[in-house]
Design a protein around this ligand. Structure first.
Ligand code: HEC
Length: 399
């Protein structure tokens, strides 16, 4: 492994673990909030929200949600904030390692826009910082008085920046940037709104003062935003394994569908406990899931190559020659391309056997999604793609 690849692996591992802990916690607390049961006789108690019982890992858990009276603050109070910070910090490190280093190989696609590396990194950093400042200012200005307007403007800004990113960076990097943007806004919400409000709550309890209700409400608002962002964000984190999404000519539209679908499904999971009947949340949720899946499938489906029986079958020797000139620079035990000193994802085309076994992936990447050769660095021609496609369709015959 090169040190670059090793760093990538290590940070990715940390990022995944921290992300599971953070999102998992946040989902558990959401679930707790919605499942609290009223306790007879305590309805009138100020700040009493209810309790519930759970069974897990060999015992019963009794959880109660209430405000504490002055002086009642326990010595040991657990906070949940470092999971979020670790996820964000490792995410940003990963952004640097994968997208900024290595000559910006994954960041810049000359077919989208021929940016220089310093220029591309500047855009990336500015975009992430501006996103937080714009979002935060918007909600500070309008969050109390006109939350609907702030909501609409935020969604419009998110869609606008997602579209703009697909016009600036490689598809894969554009998607990832939308993810980092969402993650940064979520982290900003935690550290600049939610945690300060919790600190105030603790301080007020300690000193026996009235809690600032508006502050709590604002924290709740931001926490709901974070909740809606989780599903789209998780999709984006997976998208780099699926070139059919990010390399789509309308990749921004695919992303919009996923963002609306993911947030919509989350919405009906949230209202689940506050609506009267199961039908009132289940069917709308299933409806959104079906429409999103159908749109996603319909949009990303590509027509198969039509059979052309009048042509003589493609010879393996011709395919081999194309792969030697267009792919082996990177996909070899000894790559000649300095950008990738080790064959990417371990895929090598040095022998006919290696080519044959990967025929379906070769078609997927070089013909269907046209995401290989990487940023078409080796200048593969359309006729060559068509020939390879036909060879696979004819059964990918060997030499
Ligand atoms: C300039 C370097 C480069 C060239 C040339 C190149 N690739 Fe790749 N290839 C990559 C990189 C980087 C990855 C890993 C990132 C990714 O999957 O997008 C990769 C991954 C792959 C994968 C594995 C991932 C999967 O989806 O299964 C296949 C298959 C592949 N390339 C096929 C090809 C084919 C076929 C060609 C020639 C037509 C080719 N590549 C040319 C850099 C290159």
């Amino acid at each position: 492994m090169t040190s670059h690849e090793f760093l990538d692996l290590l940070i990715r591992w940390v990022h995944l673990i921290a992300g599971i802990m953070w999102i998992g916690n946040s989902m558990l607390f959401n679930w707790l909030d919605r499942n609290l049961e009223k306790v007879a006789g305590r309805e009138k108690e100020v700040g009493y929200e209810g309790k519930l019982w759970m069974v897990h890992s060999g015992g019963f858990y009794e959880v109660e949600k209430r405000q504490l009276a002055p002086g009642e603050l326990p010595a040991n109070l657990h906070w949940f904030k470092w999971q979020n910070f670790t996820t964000w910090a490792s995410g940003i490190s990963l952004l640097i390692v994968v997208y900024y280093l290595n000559g910006g190989a994954y960041l810049i696609d000359p077919a989208v826009r021929a940016l220089g590396l310093p220029q591309a990194i500047t855009i990336s950093v500015l975009c992430l910082a501006t996103a937080w400042v714009v979002y935060h200012s918007l909600w500070r200005l309008l969050g109390d008085a006109a939350p609907k307007v702030a909501g609409l403007l935020s969604v419009a800004a998110l869609l606008g920046s997602s579209f703009a990113l697909t016009q600036l960076f490689s598809g894969r990097a554009a998607y990832l940037h939308v993810g980092v943007l969402l993650g940064t806004v979520m982290t900003g919400n935690v550290w600049f709104v939610i945690v300060p409000s919790q600190r105030m709550l603790v301080a007020a309890t300690q000193s026996g003062q009235e809690q600032d209700y508006a502050l709590n409400q604002r924290a709740k608002q931001r926490s709901i935003h974070n909740n809606y962002m989780t599903f789209p964000l998780l999709f984006i984190m997976l998208s780099n394994h699926f070139p059919g999404t990010y390399s789509h000519p309308l990749n921004w539209l695919v992303l919009f569908v996923v963002m609306f679908g993911g947030a919509g499904i989350r919405h009906f999971m949230n209202v689940r406990y506050s609506v009267r009947s199961t039908a009132a949340w289940l069917w709308p949720m299933v409806g959104i899931a079906v429409v999103t899946t159908a749109l996603l499938f319909g949009l990303t489906a590509r027509p198969g190559v039509a059979a052309t029986p009048q042509l003589p079958p493609v010879q393996f020797a011709d395919v081999h020659q194309i792969i030697r000139t267009r792919c082996v620079a990177c996909h070899s035990a000894q790559p000649s391309e300095p950008m990738f000193p080790v064959a990417p994802t371990g895929v090598m085309f040095d022998s006919p056997e290696q080519i044959l076994i990967l025929a379906p992936r070769i078609k997927e990447r070089a013909v269907v999604t046209r995401t290989m050769p990487f940023i078409n660095k080796t200048g593969m021609a359309d006729e060559e793609r068509a020939l390879i496609g036909r060879w696979v369709d004819e059964g990918a015959r060997g030499p």
